[in-house]
Design a binder for this molecule. Sequence first.
Ligand code: PEP
Length: 251
Amino acid sequence: MKKLIAGNWKMNGSWAEARILTEKILEGIAADKGVADTCEFVIFPPFVHLGVVKESLTDPDSPLTYGAQDCGLHENGAYTGEVSAEMIRDFACEYVIVGHSERREYHHETNEIVKQKAAIADSNGLKVIICVGEKESEREAGQHKEVVGAQLVESMPENASVENTVIAYEPVWAIGTGKTASVDDVREMHGFIRQQLGERFEEPERVRILYGGSMKPDNARDLLATDNVDGGLIGGASLDAEAFLAIAKSA
Ligand code: PEP
């Protein structure tokens, strides 16, 4: 299975910058054939920049695709400010992220909400990256497996399958902080997540498990070589085409 290198642009950049960044990533992939043999790429621009990214990604065989950072909780209707999974799929997005810790923290999204969003995304044919991860206090209290185990069980919808599900393990204390989980911690948690997926799916090895949290070119090689790490969900470093591609090359 190829590594999945995912770039979460969060709420950054202008549409002109989104176009330039997409084109630089495309050029970088084209310039190094080896990287497309080992990695698939997906970028997550802000909703209003999906259009310029779509315009740049016209080749259906490109190893670079795009997705949305979140989706609405409902099918459609009077939900001002929301964007539905159906609209996201209609825009030819392949992926959607649900349950990012910034959504969980700043928008009070519970596991139940994340599960409903994932269910709607699944039923609209999107691949869903479900984010899980413990807070620093939970790790210090030795509760990290318990927290992540509960998030997994409670956030995965009934219609989740090995084809449409990706899990991103993102320890909250490592996101945007420059602190990275140690390789041993990542190995332990990814092994645990794989084992939990085994309770749910017959072929748990077909579900990609991404690591996210201050992944950079200088730490990516060790993280991506760790057992059960099938790619990365990259925030800050995905805004710099060179850094994003350097992470992929280290895979
Ligand atoms: C993220 O937002 O998913 C993330 C991992 O961010 P960063 O790489 O900046 O820590």
